[in-house]
Design a protein around this ligand. Structure first.
Ligand SMILES: Nc1nc2c(ncn2[C@@H]2O[C@H](COP(=O)(O)OP(=O)(O)OP(=O)(O)O)[C@@H](O)[C@H]2O)c(=O)[nH]1
Ligand SMILES: C=C(OP(=O)(O)O)C(=O)O
Length: 272
């Protein structure tokens, strides 16, 4: 089974690199239309069992995603930034994904989730299918986590399915500069101790550390490849039109296909 996690900052501070061309209200509408697009795309993609948005602003996020079958997980104040939000989400969701027999799509169930970690709240109706952990999963990969940024206007369900079909345990969809990471797929369980490269991990000072560290930010493609390598995990890099453009700058906007720009412009006509 694959759980998709979408990080969404809040309703006021995002898309700051577009502040020169869009005022705060327009940026807020842009964040909304982009987030709805990414979540809708993930919900429509074959192979995605659950979609969770981790955010510092649950009120804005619930309004933004009203009507969609997505869950909202609040980012605690002591887990700052994009990487902190994702580490928190992974800790909360791993219990559901890895715990035997737990129905991962039951947002309200405690399952095997750590008692001190509140789980996500559901926004819309639960339209998920049967429990994949109870299905015949022979030959299927173990539980996986797909991180997808909330600002990918050209993302399609076929892009998501293509990532899931890659053979490597770690899959990175890079940006159009081949420098960043727009989507990242990895197994939930990447404990160093379970790897055959324990010696290498020890040399790198990773012994005892749990999990592949999220290293989103400048140069995150190289950083994520290094994380995979340090843990003895093969990684593949995906570069598709639908995954490569995250809308951060006016130049990103100019790279989008006309039909994608038309959809975004419908909500944010200020974008020329
Ligand atoms: N939960 C959470 N999500 C974040 C945080 N920072 C960024 N994100 C999300 O991570 C994704 C990538 O973010 P960026 O492109 O780096 O930031 P942005 O807010 O979209 O744009 P800038 O203000 O221009 O950096 C987007 O979906 C953001 O909403 C954070 O601190 N917490
Ligand atoms: C966070 C990242 O990129 P951006 O800030 O461009 O969305 C990244 O590529 O890791």
């Amino acid at each position: 089974m694959t759980t998709a996690v979408v990080p969404l900052r809040d309703g006021v501070s995002g898309k700051s690199r577009l502040a020169a061309v869009l005022d705060a209200a327009s940026r807020r509408r842009l964040v909304r239309v982009l987030a709805r697009h990414v979540v809708t795309t993930l919900l429509a993609a074959d192979g995605i069992d659950r979609v969770v948005v981790v955010t510092a602003d649950p009120v804005f996020t619930r309004e933004t995603l009203a009507g969609l079958a997505v869950e909202v997980l609040e980012q605690p104040a002591d887990r700052q930034g994009l990487n902190g939000a994702l580490e928190h989400a992974r800790e909360v969701l791993a219990a559901d994904a890895v715990g035997a027999g737990t129905h991962a799509a039951d947002a309200g169930a405690a399952g095997t989730r750590a008692a001190d970690m509140p789980g996500p709240d559901a926004v819309g109706p639960d339209t998920s299918g049967p429990d994949p952990l109870c299905a015949d999963a022979v030959g299927q990969p173990g539980p996986r986590l797909l991180v997808a940024h909330a600002d990918l206007p050209a993302l399609t369900p076929a892009d998501v399915t293509a990532l899931l079909a890659e053979q490597a345990p770690v899959v990175i969809a890079t940006d159009r500069y081949r420098s960043g990471t727009n989507l990242l797929l990895l197994p939930f369980e990447t404990e160093v101790s379970s790897l055959s490269t324990g010696g290498k991990a020890r040399n790198l000072g990773l012994e005892g550390e749990v999990g592949f560290r999220f290293r989103f930010g400048v140069g995150s493609l190289a950083a994520h490849l290094a994380e995979a390598d340090a843990r003895g995990l093969a990684a593949s890099v995906v570069d598709r039109p639908g995954t490569a453009v995250d809308l951060d700058t006016a130049d990103d906007w100019s790279q989008l296909p006309p039909e994608v720009r038309d959809v975004v412009r419908h909500e944010v006509p200020e974008l020329l």
